[in-house]
Each structure stands twice: as structure tokens, then as C-alpha cells.
Design a protein around this ligand. Structure first.
Ligand SMILES: [Zn+2]
Ligand SMILES: [Zn+2]
Length: 112
């Protein structure tokens, strides 16, 4: 086992390896999401790290839970991330609402 002092930036979870990543889980949303008709601008301004505060817990490759392209969560937030998914019986309402929002967004763009 390595001495923690070996690393200037040890992993907060195992404390055995050097931290190479930061947890990307958003812990605080800066106001509400800003909506743009332009989806490219929307994604840029509302992307994690642009305006929201992320967890930023330092962790090593082994401890980080990869959840998407360049998105890693610490073990604590990974558990929450799994719970974020709605139960099956609620998911169809969610899908319906999302489909309507998407259609409205497209209609809005066409009317420009
Ligand atoms: Zn670790
Ligand atoms: Zn975290």
C-alpha cells in the first residue's frame, strides 16, 4: 500500500492512487436552465461546467464511474445518478412530456 504523502493529489475515495479526474455531478444549478431556440447555443450554455457547479471530488481512474463521454461521477453521486431514473410506470408520462416539448421547439424554430 502506498503512503498518501506519495501523491500531491490523492484520490479522495481509495486514497491509494493519484487522482486524475474530478466528479462531474452537478451539485448546484445556477438559476434555471436558459432556453434558446438555437439548440447548439442551448447545449453550450447549459452544458455541465459552463455555469453549474459540479462536485469536483478528485478521484483516480479506478474509482471514477464513467457515465458518458468525458463524464465521470464519484461513488456517492453514481448511486444518486442511478436513482434519478424514474420507475417504469412514470417513464411513459415523462416520454410524452419530452416529445411534446421537442415538437414545440421544432415548431418555434420554423416560425422564426
Ligand atoms: Zn481511487
Ligand atoms: Zn461527486
Amino acid at each position: 500500500m502506498n503512503d498518501i504523502g506519495v501523491f500531491s493529489n490523492p484520490c479522495a475515495l481509495c486514497k491509494k492512487r493519484e487522482a486524475t479526474k474530478l466528479c462531474d455531478y452537478i451539485v448546484r444549478y445556477d438559476n434555471s436552465i436558459i432556453f434558446f431556440r438555437n439548440s447548439k447555443l442551448f447545449q453550450e450554455v447549459n452544458s455541465p461546467g459552463y455555469k453549474h457547479e459540479t462536485c469536483d471530488l478528485p478521484m483516480c481512474d479506478n474509482c471514477a464511474k464513467k457515465v458518458g463521454h468525458q463524464v465521470d461521477f464519484c461513488s456517492h453521486h453514481y448511486k444518486l445518478h442511478i436513482q434519478v431514473e424514474l420507475p417504469k410506470e412514470l417513464q411513459r408520462y415523462q416520454r410524452k412530456a419530452k416529445a411534446e416539448m421537442y415538437e414545440n421547439a421544432i415548431r418555434g424554430e420554423k416560425n422564426e
